[in-house]
Design a protein around this ligand. Structure first.
Ligand SMILES: [Mg+2]
Length: 265
């Protein structure tokens, strides 16, 4: 039996509307008795809000099944920087997933750690300049994820990874990122499922962060041709005969129940 680790945005929904066949696919996988967790870099909603939004689409998912970048970051802060005062830049009400973290009001409230969540209106020139200054002053910066883009009904948006690369270059330091493709989330999900990594299949629309990231952590990877999938990006990866390639590519999550049924691990 394989276990499933599912990305949400671009696989099951876009702009919180279900993709064709997603509801039926989740139902079929449930009937097949496939263990599952959801691993998302979404930082615009709390886990409860994500579960509610999915349920409103007919996708029955419990908040406890969702591992979000915010929750993983809170766990990381508890282990690495316990009790520190944290300035969180993020678009979205994720405070409940950050329980246990002492969040300060802003850069003037004596933060000891900076957390960059999902990019949004708060990522201003002034805010990013303050982050850079604090980095140079020795304050650690942690990112919830390193995603470069996300797709919406209005088109593609730039995400936190675009800012991270600039900050890292300007400061001459690297920033630790917690969500996909960091191994932290994949390992955590594998642990919750109680399975071997090689028995867990990660399904995502992000070739590098979801699929190749999971494969680098010894999971299997399945790429869907929906959401932010780009054929030219896949072609470039397939053309490199020495580089990693996705284990499987399917048109959409609608094809997942058949693929899972055919996998023998
Ligand atoms: Mg996605």
């Amino acid at each position: 039996m394989v276990g499933l680790l599912l990305d949400i945005d671009g696989v099951l929904v876009t702009s919180w509307r279900p993709l064709p066949g997603a509801v039926e696919a989740l139902d079929a996988l449930e009937r097949q008795g496939v263990p599952r967790m959801f691993l998302t870099n979404t930082t615009s909603k709390s886990r409860h809000q994500i579960a509610e939004s999915l349920s409103a689409c007919g996708l029955r998912v419990g908040a406890e099944e969702i591992l979000s970048a915010a929750r993983l970051t809170a766990e990381f802060l508890g282990a690495e920087y316990p009790g520190r005062r944290v300035w969180v830049l993020n678009k979205g009400p994720i405070a409940e997933d950050m329980s246990g973290v002492e969040i300060v009001d802003g850069p003037d409230d004596a933060p000891e750690v900076i957390v960059l969540g999902g990019a949004g209106d708060g990522f201003t020139h002034d805010a990013m300049s303050r982050v850079l200054q604090m980095m140079l002053d020795g304050i650690p910066v942690v990112a919830m994820h390193r995603s470069m883009t996300w797709s919406t009904d209005d088109g593609i948006k730039i995400d936190t990874g675009v800012y991270l690369e600039g900050l890292e270059k300007a400061a001459g330091q690297s920033i630790r990122a917690i969500g996909k493709p960091s191994p932290i989330g994949f390992r955590s999900a594998v642990e919750v499922l109680g399975m071997e990594p090689t028995s867990v299949v990660m399904v995502g629309d992000d070739l590098h962060n979801d699929v190749l990231g999971a494969q680098a952590s010894a999971l299997r990877g399945v790429l869907v041709r929906t959401g932010k999938f780009r054929a030219d990006e896949l072609d470039r990866v397939l053309a490199d005969e020495f580089g990693p390639v996705p284990d499987h590519v399917i048109d959409s999550v609608a094809d997942l129940p058949d693929l899972v049924a055919s996998l023998e691990i």
